[in-house]
Write a protein of this length. Structure first.
Length: 275
C-alpha cells in the first residue's frame, strides 16, 4: 500500500496537467516569476482523514545569455504523523524555455524511507522532430543506468506538464470534449486523455470557495482503480487556471490533494468567491 499511495499522489499531479497539446494553448503564459503554491495531501477512509503530506510549487525566472528560462520546482514531504508510516522527502525540478515552455533539463530526487533515487532527463530538441531525443541518467539505490528515447514536441515531463494547464485557452474546449496529451516518465511515453466536464463551485478545507472548471481523466483500471472515471480534477475558473482540488477513489478509500495557499499569481484570483 505504501508504494501504491506514492504512485497515486504522483499520478494526481501528472493528470492535473490535462492540456499539454499545443493546439489548446494560449499565447500568454498564466504564471510568473515568484509564484508559490502549497498543497495538502489527504488520505481519506470513511470518517477518518489523515493529513499525509504537503507539496510546494515554486517559479523562478532567469536569463541564460539572451534566453529567458523558468526554473520550476515541486517539493513534497510527508507530515510528521505520516512519517511513522512512510517517510517521504521528494524534490522534482525542471528548467524550461519561457517561449513555448519547452523543457530542457528535468531532475527528480526521491528519499522514501530507505529508498533513494536521483534521476535526470536531458531534452535535446531539433528542428526536425524525428531527431529530437531525451537522454536519461538514473541513479537508483546507487546503481547507475542510462537510456535514450526519441520524442516529438508536445511530449512533456511531469513538472512542465503541471504548468502547461495554466495556459489553456478554454475558448477552444467544449464541455464533454476528451483531449489527448502525452507525458514522458521513467523511459516511457504515456498517451492519456482527459474530459472537460463543465463548471462547478467548490469549497476547500481551508474554508475558501472557488468557481472551478472540472475535468475527468480516463484511468487504467486494475490494482489501484476500480473505475476508469475514479478521478476528478478542479482548476480555478480565471486566467490563472490554478489546480485547486484533485480527488481519486482507490480500492480502499480516497486520496485528495487540496490547494492551501497561493501567492504572487500573475492575475488576480477572481475565482475566489469566499467573501
Amino acid at each position: 500500500m505504501k508504494r501504491k499511495l506514492i504512485f497515486i499522489i504522483s499520478l494526481l499531479f501528472v493528470l492535473a496537467s490535462a492540456f499539454s497539446s499545443d493546439q489548446y494553448m494560449s499565447d500568454e503564459i498564466a504564471f510568473k516569476d515568484g509564484e508559490r503554491a502549497t498543497y495538502y495531501i489527504y488520505y481519506n477512509l470513511g470518517p477518518i482523514w489523515l493529513h499525509a503530506g504537503n507539496v510546494n510549487f515554486s517559479v523562478k525566472e532567469r536569463k541564460a545569455g539572451k534566453e529567458s528560462l523558468f526554473d520550476l520546482q515541486l517539493a513534497g514531504s510527508s507530515t510528521k504523523s505520516f512519517d511513522r508510516f512512510y517517510c517521504i522527502r521528494d524534490t522534482y525540478s525542471v528548467t524550461v524555455r519561457k517561449e513555448g515552455l519547452l523543457p530542457l533539463h528535468y531532475r527528480e530526487v526521491k528519499h522514501e524511507d530507505s529508498y533513494f533515487s536521483d534521476n535526470h532527463y536531458r531534452f535535446d530538441w531539433k528542428e526536425n522532430d524525428k531527431d529530437s531525443k531525451v537522454y536519461f541518467e538514473f541513479n537508483k539505490r546507487g546503481r547507475m543506468s542510462y537510456d535514450t528515447l526519441s520524442v516529438q514536441r508536445g511530449v512533456l515531463d511531469l513538472i512542465t506538464s503541471c504548468y502547461h494547464i495554466r495556459s489553456v485557452d478554454m475558448t477552444k474546449v467544449k464541455k464533454g470534449q476528451s483531449i489527448p496529451f502525452r507525458l514522458v516518465l521513467d523511459k516511457k511515453i504515456y498517451d492519456l486523455t482527459v474530459k472537460y466536464s463543465g463548471e462547478e463551485t467548490i469549497k476547500l478545507k481551508n474554508k475558501k470557495k472557488y468557481k472551478a472548471l472540472k475535468f475527468t481523466p480516463k484511468l487504467v483500471t486494475g490494482d489501484i482503480f476500480e473505475d476508469e472515471d475514479a478521478m476528478t480534477i478542479y482548476v480555478s475558473n480565471d486566467e490563472n487556471h490554478v489546480p485547486l482540488y484533485i480527488e481519486a477513489k482507490i480500492k480502499v478509500g480516497y486520496v485528495k490533494v487540496m490547494l492551501n495557499d497561493i501567492q504572487n499569481t500573475k492575475s488576480p484570483m477572481s475565482s475566489d468567491i469566499s467573501k
